[in-house]
Design a protein around this ligand. Structure first.
Ligand SMILES: Nc1ncnc2c1ncn2[C@@H]1O[C@H](COP(=O)(O)OP(=O)(O)OP(=O)(O)O)[C@@H](O)[C@H]1O
Ligand SMILES: [Mg+2]
Length: 373
């Protein structure tokens, strides 16, 4: 074979092989692309679906009127408005909270931004926000319905059908919901109003925290403390809400602590229905009680002193922590020995944590003597 012919055959073969490679590569890519694209489309669809479901839905006032049978079934009222039971056409039960105040167009964007944030927060121990309504005559929030209502119904009233173990689960669930809001949300959410009324229970008494994000969304009315713009509910609100201290997520921790006391004691720490004059008496009695239950006998007052405390004929100094045995690590150094051996808090010295304070002139005035052991 001549060299020219051999070279031509070689070139044709090389060309054919290159062509074959290109065609197979093209086919492989097409097939690959097709199978990839099917996969991608499916995942994106699912993803978008998921996002869609997680987005709060906007309802019209008419739809909410229909769903609630013209707001026929009132579940309760609170600082933000009234809550009604409703049901959507697919059978989903809902709780519709109709908010006080007008729907000023200027706040629509801010309202939707806040609702958008709350509506995307999902956790087992947080009540789900399905959607909202923002119309001239109605501002409302549509929540997942919790068939057993709020914890206060079971904690303070006669129907003590929740046992101790379940109560402990409720406390833990509430703590988990709050931990999520504080520590796991992209943007920390401070609740500002943790109390038994905002812990809702489903049909199995599984707890979910309600109303998170609402403090930012609405201005509270005067059923709640308003001192210097304070928030929260008396008996649960942390002191920094009305005192000049920085307000952080720790105010929820304080309220949760108060809630824990109530869960364990199954009674309210503070009865807000007491008239003002009775409240003063209650506070005086509580202070007297805290003095009586001091763990150190020498710190407890004489009964004649207790009588004066209860009758209001003496000013009661701030009680010491009566349970230092529970808080060994936080009580600071031991009180000075001279205090323990022969002195009386109502005579000369008081100990607050690690601080030693001198008695008030009132104690001296009333010649109050401390019990000695
Ligand atoms: N999602 C819900 N499912 C079932 N019942 C609910 C729901 N949300 C609220 N409720 C009922 O409505 C009552 C009133 O709720 P609302 O949140 O308006 O008042 P509150 O919790 O007592 O006070 P606050 O305004 O400080 O939250 C609750 O105590 C509860 O019984
Ligand atoms: Mg509430």
């Amino acid at each position: 074979m001549r060299p020219v012919a051999a070279a031509s055959i070689f070139l044709v073969l090389a060309f054919l092989m290159a062509l074959k490679y290109m065609i197979s590569e093209y086919l492989r890519r097409i097939r690959g692309k097709n199978s990839d694209s099917t996969f991608t489309t499916l995942t994106i669809d699912e993803f978008l679906d998921g996002i869609e479901r997680e987005k709060p839905i906007r309802f019209s006032a008419e739809q909410l009127i229909l769903a609630t049978g013209n707001f026929a079934s009132l579940l309760g009222t609170g600082g933000f408005g009234a809550v009604y039971k409703g049901m959507f056409s697919d059978g989903t039960p809902v709780a519709v909270k109709v908010l006080h105040g007008s729907s000023d167009k200027k706040i629509e964007e801010q309202f939707m931004a806040e609702v958008g944030t709350i509506g995307r927060v999902h956790h087992f121990n947080l009540v789900r926000l399905y959607g909202f309504c923002f119309e001239r005559n109605m501002r409302a929030l549509v929540y997942e319905y919790m068939s057993n209502g709020s914890l206060d119904r079971f904690l303070f009233h006669d129907n003590k059908i929740i046992g101790f173990e379940k109560l402990c689960e409720i406390a833990v669930g509430t703590a988990k919901g709050l931990a999520y809001l504080h520590e796991e949300c992209q943007q920390r959410i401070v609740h500002y109003d943790i109390k038994p009324g905002n812990i809702l229970l489903d049909e199995k008494f599984f707890p979910k925290v309600a109303d998170f994000g609402l403090a930012k969304l609405c201005n509270r009315d005067n059923t709640h403390i308003t001192m210097t713009g304070g928030r929260g509910t008396p008996g649960y609100a942390a002191p920094e809400l009305w005192m000049p201290y920085a307000i952080t997520h720790k105010c929820d921790v304080y309220s949760f602590g108060m809630l824990l006391f109530e869960i364990i004691g199954r009674r309210r720490n503070l009865d807000t229905n007491l008239p003002e004059k009775d409240r003063e008496v209650a506070e005086r009695f509580m202070k007297a009680a805290l003095w009586c239950v001091q763990s150190r006998p020498e710190s407890r007052p004489l009964m004649s002193t207790v009588v004066k405390m209860l009758e209001g004929s003496m000013e009661i100094p701030s009680p010491l922590n009566p349970f230092p045995n529970l808080f060994e690590q936080t009580t600071g150094p031991e009180p000075p020995s001279h205090f323990l051996s022969n002195s009386s808090i109502f005579e000369s010295t008081t100990v607050t944590g690690s601080k030693v304070e001198h008695s008030t002139p009132v104690m001296t005035k009333y010649e109050i003597h401390m019990a000695t052991t």
